[in-house]
Design a protein around this ligand. Structure first.
Ligand code: PBG
Length: 326
């Protein structure tokens, strides 16, 4: 007879549990998303994301300082421009809202990594991730015309100080075109964090509130991935790496932890996971009602994403979690 196995021995005390803990969260795991809008001293609450605000550049600079102090190494910037049009001009304007924010943040905190979301949906009046061809509701995204624009926006973002650009529109060929545009502009040092496996997800609902970027007709299923597919995600990741992605992202995180794990096991570039707006909103809502312990659930969620293999976690919980880890 073997002695009865007693794994509980190692769970008997807090000290023992800490010693055998396999995964540790640190503030250095996180990227804090910021929604930036024009104006001064603006801090507008996002209705569906308690604790998240649309902020003006001056407030974003203060946020950046605070995050840096807490040990959070990076922010990702999303723009809420004053005006939107068919081609999302603000995105490619050197004086556009995200460019102004990137410049100001790099000025104040040169060692903070500034990531810029690189997509058109926040800037187009129709809310789609690219320029359209065709008319009315029959219009579709023109992939290759969009690529030219993405290359231009990448340069403008890099010129404004972005350390990493993060193409999030799931356009075919985007990473390659952006890499070439950056290199041609003398921006070989700007890295690309590719939203490589981005699913067409209902979990983005609150983000579209925050960025005012819901499509005015149709949806994003012709470019974002089908939730049912895993092998396809591996093909998407392989393509983006081949085109020059320095890091790849899986998004959302929680319903796709299997994808995070498979990407981690198959590829050797750093893997990011985006703990998206709907995932955040669910926690905040249930916690506000007193139905769950928000702090503990948050920690468990972030641990699960790291345990699944993510090296980098984009999360609206970043500031709060970093504060707790301090
Ligand atoms: C697109 C973009 C989206 C998110 C990040 N970048 C929205 C979308 O695809 O509709 C979603 C992030 C979140 O839900 O937190 N620019």
């Amino acid at each position: 007879m073997f002695p009865l196995a007693r794994p509980r021995r190692l769970r008997a005390s807090d000290g023992a549990r800490r010693l055998v803990r396999e995964t540790h969260l640190t503030p250095a795991d996180f990227v804090q998303p910021l929604f930036v809008l024009p104006g001064k001293n603006e801090r507008r609450p996002v209705r569906s994301m308690p604790g998240v605000f649309q902020i003006s550049v001056d407030v974003a600079v203060k946020e950046a300082r605070e995050l840096r102090r807490l040990g959070v190494p990076a922010v990702i910037l999303f723009g809420v421009p004053a005006t939107k049009d068919a081609t999302g001009s603000d995105a490619a304007d050197p004086d556009g809202i995200v460019q102004r924010a990137a410049r100001a943040i790099k000025n104040a905190c040169p060692d903070l990594v500034v990531v810029t979301d690189l997509c058109l949906c926040e800037y187009t009046d129709h809310g789609h991730c690219g320029v359209l061809k065709g008319t009315g509701r029959a219009a579709v995204i023109d992939n290759d015309a969009t690529l030219d624009l993405l290359g231009r926006i990448a340069r403008v973002q890099a010129d404004a100080g972005a350390d990493w650009v993060a193409p999030s529109g799931m356009m075919d060929g985007a990473v390659g075109v952006i890499r070439r545009a950056l290199d041609d502009a003398g921006r070989a040092d700007t890295a690309i964090l590719a939203y490589a496996a981005k699913y067409a997800s209902a979990f983005y609902g609150p983000f579209r509130d925050a960025a005012q970027s819901a499509p005015s007709f149709g949806d994003r299923r012709s470019h974002q991935m089908d939730a049912a597919n895993a092998r396809e995600a591996l093909r998407e990741v392989a393509l983006d790496i081949k085109e020059g992605a320095d890091m790849v992202m899986v998004k959302p995180a929680l319903s796709y932890l299997d994808i995070v794990r498979r990407v981690r096991d198959r590829f050797d570039v750093p893997v990011a996971a985006y703990n998206v707006s709907g995932e955040y909103a669910m926690v905040q809502a249930a916690a506000q009602k007193g139905w769950i312990d928000g702090d503990r659930v948050t920690e468990e969620i972030l641990l699960s994403i790291k345990r699944a293999g993510a090296d980098v976690i984009l999360t609206y919980h970043a500031r709060e979690m970093a504060r707790r880890l301090a």
